[in-house]
Design a protein around this ligand. Sequence first.
Ligand code: PLP
Length: 374
Amino acid sequence: MSKIIYLDHGATTAVDERVLNKMIPYFNISYGNPSSMYGIGRQNKMVIERARQEVAKVINCNPKEIYFTSCGSESDNLALKGIMYANKEKGKHIITSKVEHPAIMNTCATLKRQGFDITYLNVNKEGFVKLDELRNAIRNDTVLISIMFANNEIGTIQNIMEISKIAKENNIIFHTDAVQAVGNIKIDVQKLGVDSLSMSAHKFYGPKGVGALYVKNDINIDRIQDGGHQEKGMRSGTENVAGIVGLAEALKIAYKELDENNKKILENRNYFIEEIKENFKETTINGNLEHRLPGNINVTFKGKDSLEILLKLDEYGICASSGSACSTGEDKPSYVLTAIGLSPEEAFSTIRFSLGKENIKEEIDYTISILSKI
Ligand code: PLP
């Protein structure tokens, strides 16, 4: 096999051809600035509003509750900083978990330096936030709970409904980093009862460099970037029209084809897991098998060095990762894996494969054969 076998959809995805075709005219034909008063500008303003409606329809909110951003990290920054700055009089306490993506972890670190107080909840060995610990962590000055929807390394899907219920009972705002979840599992913000939710187009076959943030209309939030009036003054900067069009189109396609794609991805994932178990005795699959992102396989090959395996896989054209792409190259063990109880040695022996809609069974067979060889 000479073509690349891409098993790293948790890191990013290829732009769907249909999405790409929809985006292209906005680079060089309909390139007007949406703030300009003439035709090609005004037209692009309308294009953005249509995209906003499409996104809102998919996640079941009002279009006015959607803000376009440059990525998932920016959406998380805007949510956490924006909400904490706007609600200072209520308190300075945030509750989050020990397994959040760096977009949340490092935003919390910055907020801590600015005088906010952060509680990091433990997770159990499958990666679930302990709800009792969450209840006990709540204080009079708790303003925000930020718990990710689905983990980027081990794929565990949190009990978002229950967390949202706890937040509501205590009059606390609830943000969820849903960057890994959007496009892969059904999301209805009304049903879930979340106040704020972030997404990123490149995780669901849209372009890189564009994200969105849902913020419920009654939530107080400040902007964190100064400039023009774009996005109702909440996110200044000339809009990435092509990117926004791409995000909306990718989201629409992802949900139209969700059931069909997930059926196939799940079949492939279960097959992959069975093959791993059968061919490699000293392995463990981390996380929960039921409440898990469909394409995620996180496996520890005991006594092996994950970096060495990944480099060898790369020689055979197979793309996978250890931990998240954002932390590749760090010499510390993954804090997500140590939080679920893995030793540093086990964490350094762990690989994440994340399957996507285009993967086929033959690619899994080939990967297993190469894994055996190396
Ligand atoms: N949150 C989670 C859970 C992620 O997995 C990622 C990216 O991997 C991000 C946030 C950041 O998204 P982006 O790459 O669009 O900044």
